[in-house]
Design a protein around this ligand. Structure first.
Ligand SMILES: *[C@@H]1O[C@H](CO)[C@@H](O)[C@H](O)[C@H]1NC(C)=O
Ligand SMILES: *[C@@H]1O[C@H](CO)[C@@H](O)[C@H](O)[C@H]1NC(C)=O
Ligand SMILES: *[C@@H]1O[C@H](CO)[C@@H](O)[C@H](O)[C@H]1NC(C)=O
Ligand SMILES: *[C@@H]1O[C@H](CO)[C@@H](O)[C@H](O)[C@H]1NC(C)=O
Ligand SMILES: *[C@@H]1O[C@H](CO)[C@@H](O)[C@H](O)[C@H]1NC(C)=O
Ligand SMILES: *[C@@H]1O[C@H](CO)[C@@H](O)[C@H](O)[C@H]1NC(C)=O
Ligand SMILES: *[C@@H]1O[C@H](CO)[C@@H](O)[C@H](O)[C@H]1NC(C)=O
Ligand SMILES: *[C@@H]1O[C@H](CO)[C@@H](O)[C@H](O)[C@H]1NC(C)=O
Ligand SMILES: *[C@@H]1O[C@H](CO)[C@@H](O)[C@H](O)[C@H]1NC(C)=O
Length: 457
């Protein structure tokens, strides 16, 4: 435990030492550059001119004063510039494709590329107006527009993200609300040394792909005191063109119709040294998840002091109410198989409608998983049918199977120490339950110490 604790201490030190710097420097108010703040005229030019003036002056703050609704096309942040959306002010993202640059991987309302020390703060809100992107509202899942007519983006997920930091260092985001993204919300790409603190994210509950925080190919990221309430995955490290090293997330509250903490499913490179501590997960479709599909290896991960409840939602959302869901099943039959090793689950309490799912693959074994001080309650409270293992995306898709407290497949090294399973029999009618279920595969080096499976009311 020494290493993770060190990361946590380092995280606190970084916040104390570096964040106040964002509050210093000259202030450039967009009001002085002609911003209307009326929510209907575009203030893009005023905001961008203020950002560029601030950068030219060596950095500082660009203030969006309250009250005001500042409608804008993409704003490009610069090194040393902190965008300060005052409490009571809102930055509204444009809802037309022409509001965004040509390349779809640069479709963000606020975009920082190649910056050092850029940030966002101020207590106000950045809002993506996702309602304008809904074609057909549905309580199951909204059908959304897709800007794919020009060919600059292909498929059915062509919508702008909210905030992006790409190839940037010393990113500082704190005390801000990010609402209604049309697609992903806060995205770090190839960043190093980022601090995200006291950020609240509110996505539409029925809108697909409105992830909370996606951390792609980035190192040394510290996330703390966040509140994430959204339809799609909430905290989501991904590796597409490079690895993810040293990510710490603490003191967060999460609710999602998908997976609360999810590794992948982009997973071509390695994930190493990630710590998730003191997290509350409420009514989510999945709790702690790893969908390693593309040959990256995951190692040295700690999940500690986590409370959660996981339940079924409409099956068009990935997830089957698993509190813990770990898989290396390859995306395509010819994909590489990554391994997952040295993962610790410590002090975890869950109330869930399904069991723990641990499925390695033939060449991608799960190695040395440890479960210590775990309290798993199994209970049904929604009407959705169970009895399915969900391997999506790709892989075996949905597989009919009996339900187990823990399902194990392709594992070498599993240590169970003080694990309690509680079965709420009254609510589990028709559930043919087994505390532990094995699928035919390599199962090696299991150790059980102080393991109990008991019925409760
Ligand atoms: C970022 O830096 C890379 C490499 O130096 C360069 O190719 C790219 O054009 C830069 N992008 C922007 C938006 O400045
Ligand atoms: C464009 O998006 C629509 C809406 O999601 C989808 O039905 C269609 O297949 C997409 N077209 C292309 C060429 O990807
Ligand atoms: C993260 O660290 C790894 C290992 O040192 C390195 O290969 C990668 O380029 C780093 N990524 C960034 C964005 O700094
Ligand atoms: C990860 O953190 C450790 C400990 O702080 C540090 O030694 C290492 O260089 C970091 N890795 C990367 C890729 O920055
Ligand atoms: C855990 O996080 C919550 C916020 O979600 C915070 O109020 C509480 O103080 C944290 N507990 C510890 C021990 O840090
Ligand atoms: C994952 O580990 C395997 C086995 O050690 C190795 O062959 C493969 O290159 C690793 N993958 C990456 C992305 O480093
Ligand atoms: C787990 O909980 C115990 C008892 O509350 C505490 O002493 C221990 O430090 C916790 N472990 C971790 C890794 O937080
Ligand atoms: C489950 O179905 C019953 C009967 O069809 C209905 O009364 C109840 O409201 C449903 N519960 C939920 C949580 O949907
Ligand atoms: C068995 O698993 C333990 C951890 O649970 C590990 O320390 C040990 O090296 C493993 N032994 C073998 C032979 O793989």
């Amino acid at each position: 435990m020494a290493a993770p604790r060190l990361i946590l201490l380092a995280a606190v030190a970084v916040q104390l030492l570096l964040l106040p710097a964002a509050r210093s420097g000259r202030v450039f108010s967009v009001a002085d550059y002609g911003a209307a703040g009326d929510g209907s005229r575009y203030d893009t030019a005023a905001i961008q001119t203020a950002v560029d003036a601030c950068a030219a002056a060596g950095g500082g703050r660009v203030l969006l004063p309250a009250p005001g609704d500042y409608l804008t096309a993409t704003i490009y942040l610069r090194s040393g510039v902190v965008l300060e959306v005052a409490r009571g002010a809102r930055l509204l993202g444009g809802t037309r494709q022409q509001d965004y640059p040509r390349e779809s991987d640069r479709w963000y309302i606020v975009l920082a590329e190649n910056t050092t020390g850029a940030g966002i703060t101020g207590g106000g809100e950045i809002n993506g107006q996702s309602g304008a992107f809904v074609v057909t509202p549905s309580e199951k899942k909204n059908i959304m527009v897709s800007w794919n007519a020009t060919g600059d983006c292909k498929g059915d997920e062509c919508r702008p993200r909210l905030v992006g930091f790409i190839d940037s260092k010393d990113v500082r985001i704190r005390d801000i609300t990010l609402s209604q993204p049309a697609y992903w919300c806060l995205h770090l790409v190839r960043c190093d040394n980022s601090v995200i603190h006291d950020v609240s994210i509110f996505g539409d509950w029925n809108t697909p792909n409105n992830d909370g925080i996606d951390i792609t190919d980035s190192n040394n990221t510290v996330i703390s005191d966040c509140h994430i309430d959204t339809g799609d995955d909430a905290l989501c490290p991904k590796s597409l063109k490079g690895p993810v090293y040293n990510l710490t997330a603490t003191n967060c509250w999460i609710r999602t119709k998908s997976c609360a903490i999810k590794f992948g499913s982009w997973s071509s490179f390695n994930f190493k040294r990630l710590v998730f501590d003191n997290i509350t997960i409420v009514d989510s479709h999945r709790g702690l998840g790893m969908q390693i599909r593309d040959g990256g290896n995951v190692s040295d991960v700690v999940f500690s002091n986590i409370r959660m409840s996981t339940r079924y939602y409409h099956p068009s959302w990935w997830g089957r109410a698993e509190p813990i869901y770990i898989t290396t099943c390859p995306r395509y039959p010819n994909s590489k198989e990554g391994t997952i090793s040295n993962v610790q689950f410590i002090n975890i309490t869950s109330v869930s409608e399904n069991g723990v799912f641990l499925a390695g693959s033939k060449h991608g074994l799960l190695r040395n998983l440890k479960f210590k001080n775990i309290d798993l309650t199994y209970k049904r409270w929604t009407n959705y049918t169970g009895g399915l293992y969900d391997y999506r995306p790709g892989c075996e898709k949905m597989v009919k199977h009996r339900t187990g407290g823990m399902m194990l497949e392709h594992i070498s090294g599993l240590e169970i120490d003080n694990v309690r399973m509680r079965w709420s029999r009254g609510s589990l009618k028709g559930w043919d339950v087994n505390p532990i279920l094995f699928r035919p595969s390599t199962i090696d080096n299991l150790s059980f110490h102080d393991w109990q499976s008991v019925d409760i009311q």
